[in-house]
Design a binder for this molecule. Structure first.
Ligand SMILES: [Mg+2]
Length: 372
């Protein structure tokens, strides 16, 4: 069975993919969100030529295909080629699930079942602390979430907070509103120097924060490693890795280690095949893997299937709580938009990813095809 065609249906924020084989089978996937129309161009210009006509019979073929694209495009080791590759790879996993009559989770040896999620906030400047605390408490009561992640520091903030005192106020306010039984996590989005992150990390630990994400600029692995090592004897766990798409970087991240929890984004890293390699690197280093999945595009569906199957899965799938005001583009792409119940989201039963892309959405998107 060979890859016959790759189609993309693109908007600025989402690009849906479809692959077809010479045997008449097909699968659906997605290129990573944001500048997805540019990634789709990269798909047809730089990925399709190395993928079309290749064997896609089994996982070994998918591994070989990922490597072939990466090696042939060795002069372009960055994000866009990986984002495009993610759209190809995820469509091929859907195809294989459908061929086997199984969900991708089952194909990987897992069981489609309700999986615990943590409610993930994206907001800082857009909301007051009072409103953010009230919002998360309301969601706890409505959907039964037992874990939340909210934001501290400011994005690539060089130790300057979003506004003075915000971090010092929101952490105790959230803890006191939620009580001690709720798991709280924070994301600093690269806000600190290592020295400051260590100081903040100890203070966060005193407030029972379980997970301290992206404390420092991610491109300098030693900064994350310094924070992780300094907080090693405390219960708080340092998390990160969502931005990295180069597997050699991932090998180094797992080895030093730069974090206690590795968080590849299935679509930034180049698809499920490559995300599973990262999960295996984490496993070899004795670390859990919790993919980054921050919106209701298909990345959350892909992450549910993956975490339902891997041995070193973290306890929760990241689950967005942002709605129309923040991510207007995430609606109406596919049926079966995931909903949390009792703090869990059902891993779709399949076959494949277990979702149906809506024809109305596809009709409005820009269409491109590359054929063998
Ligand atoms: Mg993050």
């Amino acid at each position: 069975m060979r890859l016959q065609s790759i189609e993309t249906f693109s908007t600025e924020n989402v690009s849906i993919t479809r692959v077809k084989t010479d045997t008449g089978h097909e699968g659906w996937g997605q290129i990573s969100t944001y500048n997805s129309d540019i990634s789709a161009l990269v798909m047809h210009r730089q990925v399709a030529q190395w993928a079309l006509g290749q064997d896609v019979n089994d996982r070994a073929d998918l591994e070989a295909l990922s490597d072939r694209v990466t090696e042939k495009e060795f002069k372009f080791p960055g994000s866009y080629v990986r984002r495009a590759l993610g759209g190809l790879d995820t469509a091929l996993w859907d195809l294989h699930g459908k061929l086997a009559g199984k969900s991708v989770c089952e194909l990987l040896g897992g069981i489609s079942r309700p999986f615990p999620v943590y409610a993930s906030s994206m907001k800082r400047s857009e909301i007051t602390i009072k409103d953010e605390v009230e919002r998360l408490v309301r969601l706890r009561d409505e959907f039964g979430y037992t874990a939340f992640k909210f934001r501290i520091a400011s994005e690539v903030g060089h130790n300057v907070d979003e506004w003075p005192g915000r971090t010092e106020e929101i952490v105790p306010a959230m803890r006191s509103a939620m009580g001690d039984d709720i798991t709280l996590m924070v994301d600093a989005n690269l806000g600190y120097t290592p020295e400051k992150a260590i100081e903040v990390g100890r203070w966060l630990n005193d407030h029972g924060i379980a997970h301290f994400e992206e404390p420092c600029p991610y491109w300098d692995f030693e900064q994350g490693a310094q924070v992780t090592a300094a907080l090693k004897d405390l219960p708080i766990q340092v998390a990160g890795g969502e931005q990295d798409c180069n597997l050699s970087n991932w090998r180094r991240i797992a080895a030093i280690p730069a974090f206690d929890i590795l968080q590849p984004d299935i679509l930034y890293v180049g698809g499920l095949t490559r995300a599973l390699r990262v999960a295996n690197m984490a496993k070899a280093a004795g670390l859990p893997c919790t993919p980054h999945s921050a919106n209701w595009g298909l990345v959350t569906i892909f992450s549910l299937h993956m975490l339902g199957a891997i041995e070193n899965a973290g306890p929760y799938v990241e689950f967005s709580i942002e709605e129309e005001d923040y991510y207007p583009w995430q609606y109406d792409i596919y049926d079966q938009l995931p909903v949390a119940k009792d703090g869990k989201v059902q891993i779709p039963e399949g076959p494949g990813w277990g979702i149906t892309v809506r024809p109305e959405w596809l009709e409005k998107a820009t269409y491109q095809i590359s054929e063998f």
